[in-house]
Design a protein around this ligand. Structure first.
Ligand code: AMP
Length: 261
């Protein structure tokens, strides 16, 4: 059972590690990878300011019952003249993929390499990165990788902010305002249940977030949760996904919206 992470581990990661321990059982082996993958960063500042806490990460892995921690350097993971690209070409065209060129190709490359190196029977990923999970499921399906994929629910602070390694970079003002994302998504779910139109709901969330000083919305979109394409009459589950800059910190969050059956 493999749990891939980029380190600076928090309770969201811990939840994945504990679920992995349970799924693997006493006889199974839980491997956590901790690797800040440079190839998936489309922004040099984001990479250079990404928090790194290797000692605390090892401790957390220990307390979550992890058997092996794989903590490679970029030099171990990548040859200087690597020349293979691994690109998912449909699900990656929208949401974060449309705004972060090369990001999901970098994610697919590193996760495929980790799968080959560790050879897990199972892997677990968080729904916080909903699009990433969908793309990696597609990679496993289309490349016939013999791995069972598991999706884990989003872990939040008490005030609703989704845990993220980037949260420590928020200013105190933006940290205080950031739970507005969750509040706006919950209000959107209420509006959805009362039959508001998708466009109205997205506009409402955008307006809510843009009223916070220093916040710039990257996108608010309601899509089909399975295909990430347009929500349509036959969609069984919607996904309302948000990305917004709080200062220079990009936060993402989402909520599943069951369609009216
Ligand atoms: P990262 O280290 O950000 O690449 O995340 C490693 C894994 O942890 C990914 O599968 C993420 O989706 C998952 N993850 C990160 N934050 C959370 C969270 N707040 N709740 C659940 N899973 C999370």
């Amino acid at each position: 059972m493999l749990v891939p992470t980029m380190g600076a581990l928090h309770e969201g990661h811990a939840s994945l590690l504990r679920q992995a321990r349970t799924l693997a059982g006493e006889s199974g082996t839980v491997v956590a990878s901790v690797f800040l993958n440079p190839v998936q960063f489309d922004n040099a500042h984001d990479l250079s300011t990404y928090p790194q806490t290797p000692d605390a990460d090892l401790n957390l892995c220990r307390t979550c019952g992890v058997d092996i921690v794989f903590m490679p350097t970029p030099e171990i993971m990548y040859c200087n003249n690597r020349s293979i690209r691994l690109e998912e070409t449909v699900l990656s065209e929208v949401l974060c993929g449309a705004r972060r060129p090369g990001h999901f190709a970098g994610v697919c490359l590193v996760v495929c390499k980790l799968f080959n190196l560790v050879q897990p029977t199972d892997a677990i990923f968080g729904k916080k990165d909903y699009q990433q999970l969908a793309i990696l499921r597609r990679m496993v399906r289309d490349l016939d990788l013999p791995i069972t994929m598991h999706g884990a629910e989003i872990v939040r602070e008490d005030d609703g902010l989704a845990l993220s390694s980037r949260n420590v970079r928020l200013t105190p003002e933006h940290r205080a305002a950031a739970p507005s994302i969750r509040k706006a998504l919950l209000a959107a779910r209420d509006a959805w249940q009362k039959d508001s139109a998708a466009s109205e709901i997205c506009a409402m969330v955008r307006h809510e977030l843009e009223s916070i000083p220093g916040v710039q919305v990257d996108y608010v979109e309601l899509r089909d949760a399975d295909t990430l394409g347009e929500l349509h009459a036959a969609s069984t589950l919607g996904l309302l996904a948000v990305a917004a800059y709080f200062g220079d910190v990009r936060l993402i969050d989402n909520i599943e919206l069951p369609t009216h059956a």
